[in-house]
Design a binder for this molecule. Structure first.
Ligand code: NAD
Length: 471
């Protein structure tokens, strides 16, 4: 999804609320039209875009100027919240779209945050630790007036991690002596006020979103009467998967991306909580590894932890004692598997390859990995897509717990963190799946249902806060 598509989806969601006479029924006629138009105006525009060319001295001498952003979409539901990524693909339009998605994701999961996103246009692996330290500090110096524990709270994303968050908190504290600083960033190290299990939270949540649907969602839906026609194809897809799980004893999974999100989701799948799985393929930016009998996940994780990448040739695989065929990175998305987890980057399924997608169930661990056209095409074919804003909220949910614990300085145990994250996400899953499969016939896909529920919350808040009135 691009910014344009996200805006279109928000507008369509607001229009649907406008046409529902039971929603904010006190609003009628011209006043109703004006109020909903105002909601469109506010939610399809961005509160603030800050761009700065940060100046960084290189180790070997010389200075480079690197584009850096912090984009705050909306804070009606709470303080701005969203990751900072270090990636060469960082640009204003992409950052803005990701900030929109954060507002919607937080509203969907009833987290008391708005939406923001930040980024620095570098390939982190081209920079030494000393250089990354200088980039992290300079980023905070440039954006300090727009950050803070009760204003805008960043977290790690692609190319950033707890070490970078720790450096950023240190700089934030130096700039604001005597002020509250611990909750200014989440995804910190545990020694520095981080939540236990935060690094793993997004990947765990991604796997949980699929396992919950198969293990709890389907029995829940089976016990209710499905009254509408629209998701019949999706129900048939899920029924077929459930039958396959029963007859073959497991489902075959492929996971694209083997970083923070993908490697953890793949390990969870390998450990088979709630559903029996065989992880038959994983990939990163350089390689796809395939083994029809299932990959040795602990060994691949060990290699990834040591080298930061997957082994990408037969010799490295043999040295590691892992059996796998080596294929091109992009091959993973078109493999004939039961479940495809996308945990790398945006737009990996588009018009160009959508007709070659074979997986009947796709889980979006990454943000916006499927283009709008491909999303519509696959949904029409009966593919079940668990969308990004539903599936990858484990990270921001645990970030919320981290932010909360930093305010009271009492640490949650990892078990409490996992339990609270799962309960929070399960409540949202139940609400969304019931609405999609059993609710209004206008809900076209799981993604559409998520948007509708999130936008409904945001419009109510805007209305109750008096933001939609003109004097
Ligand atoms: P990461 O940098 O740790 O890992 C990214 C992985 O994707 C790496 O294995 C990399 O090799 C691979 N990759 C990069 N470019 C690729 C390409 N062109 N083709 C195939 N693979 C490619 O990042 P991450 O934190 O795991 O984030 C992955 C996705 O999940 C991103 O879209 C991010 O926005 C989203 N996400 C992350 C979090 C979080 O808590 N980290 C939370 C929500 C969403």
């Amino acid at each position: 999804m691009t910014t344009l598509h996200t805006k279109d989806t928000i507008e369509a969601a607001i229009e649907m609320l406008y046409k529902d006479p039971n929603f904010l029924e006190e609003l009628t006629d011209k006043r109703r039209r004006q109020t909903f138009n105002s909601a469109k105006e506010i939610l399809t525009t961005t509160d603030k875009i800050v761009k700065s060319y940060i100046r960084v001295s290189r180790d070997e001498g010389g200075v480079v100027r690197i584009p850096a952003y912090r984009i705050q979409h909306n804070n009606i539901a709470g303080f701005y919240k969203g990751g900072i990524r270090f990636s060469p693909a960082v640009n204003e339009s992409e950052m803005e779209n990701l900030a929109f998605l954060m507002t919607i994701k937080n509203a969907l999961h009833r987290l008391p945050f708005g939406g923001a996103k930040g980024g620095v246009a570098i390939n982190a692996s081209d920079y030494s630790d000393r250089e990354l330290f200088r980039i992290a500090r300079t980023y905070v110096q440039r954006f300090a007036p727009d950050l803070g524990p009760t204003h805008d709270i960043p977290a790690p994303d692609i190319g950033t991690n707890e070490k970078i968050m720790d450096w950023m908190v240190g700089e934030y504290k130096r700039i604001h002596p005597g002020k509250d600083y611990l909750g200014s960033f989440t995804g910190k190290s545990i020694d520095n006020g981080g939540a236990k299990g935060r690094r793993e939270a997004t990947g765990r949540g991604v796997y949980f979103s699929y396992a919950w649907l198969m293990d709890r969602g389907l029995p829940m839906l089976a016990s209710e009467k499905v009254t509408k026609d629209l998701p019949v194809k999706q129900l048939e897809t899920l029924d077929a998967l459930q039958a396959k799980h029963k007859t073959e004893g497991s489902l075959r999974l492929a996971v694209q991306g083997f970083g923070n999100v993908g490697s953890v989701a793949a390990l969870e799948a390998y450990q088979c909580d709630r559903v029996s799985n065989k992880v038959v393929a994983v990939s990163d930016v350089a390689v796809t590894l395939v083994n029809e009998n299932g990959l040795d996940m602990p060994k691949l994780i060990e290699y990834q932890n040591k080298h930061g990448v997957l082994p990408d040739n037969p010799k490295k695989l043999a040295d590691l004692g892992v059996e796998a065929d080596v294929k091109a990175p992009k091959d993973i998305v078109t493999l004939d598997v039961d479940v495809l987890m996308l945990a790398a980057i945006e737009n990996v399924i588009t018009e160009a390859n959508m007709k070659n997608i074979l997986a009947p169930l796709i889980v979006e661990g990454a943000n916006a990995p499927i283009s709008q056209l491909a999303d519509e095409y696959l949904t029409d074919q009966g593919t079940v897509i668990i969308p990004d804003i539903l599936a990858n909220a484990g990270g921001v949910t645990v970030s919320y717990l981290e932010w909360k614990q930093d305010r009271v300085t009492e640490l949650y145990t990892e078990e409490e963190v996992n339990q609270e994250m799962r309960q929070h996400m399960a409540d949202t899953f139940e609400e969304v799946y019931k609405s999609f499969f059993l609710g209004k016939p206008e809900y076209k896909s799981i993604r559409h249902t998520c948007y509708q529920q999130a936008i409904q919350r945001l419009v109510i808040l805007l209305y109750r806060h008096g933001k939609l009135f003109s004097l």
